[in-house]
Design a protein around this ligand. Structure first.
Ligand SMILES: [Zn+2]
Length: 181
């Protein structure tokens, strides 16, 4: 049995009405999928398949969390996922895409949805993936800053800056401001 055989959805064998499938996607699943965006998580997937004429509508409801590297400090960052998505599939000659419909060979009679599960979660992730202000790994951001030029969030810079100000300089800063006026 292949790693993702559990994710084969038999379309040809679908009886009248609809089919509900539940999957618990865990770290092992995401590690096996080996996607670029993330490799760890815990997501519950509810998949519903229904047939309308010769088109199968597959809907996905995804809820859980995934772990991505923080854009700022590279430490693990847990992100909540709540996504809905849909796929239209019909049986045909060859594996291809026809507009927004995926065509799978009649002889296969079904579709493996493992990669779609991963991809729909990846699509739901925000562009900016950073810890809440002050929650980054400061040791790491300090190291990274030395090798980069202004790619860090200004809020975070401010927090780090304030902490690093030596109280003895605090007075000098005020004097300088007075001189400017
Ligand atoms: Zn961070």
């Amino acid at each position: 049995m292949g790693r993702f055989d559990n994710y084969n959805v038999d379309l040809k064998g679908l009886k009248a009405g609809s089919l509900n499938l539940n999957f618990d996607l865990d770290n092992a699943f995401f590690a096996n999928i080996d996607g670029e965006e993330f490799q760890k998580g815990a997501v519950k997937a509810v998949v519903t398949v229904s047939k309308n004429r010769d088109v199968y509508d597959i809907s996905f409801t995804l809820n859980g969390t995934v772990v991505v590297p923080c854009d700022r400090c590279l430490d693990d960052l847990e992100i909540e996922v709540a996504a809905e998505n849909a796929l239209k599939v019909r049986l045909g000659e060859n594996y291809t895409e026809d507009g927004d419909i995926v065509v799978v060979p009649e002889q296969d009679g079904g579709i493996n949805i493992a990669w779609y599960l991963y991809e729909f979660i990846a699509l739901a992730l925000p562009m900016k993936r950073v810890h809440a202000p002050g929650k980054c790994n400061h040791e790491m951001t300090g190291k990274l800053k030395k090798h980069s030029y202004g790619s860090f969030d200004e809020d975070e810079e401010a927090v780090v800056g304030e902490r690093e100000i030596d109280p003895r300089w605090e007075g000098l800063k005020n004097i300088q401001i007075e001189e400017d006026i």
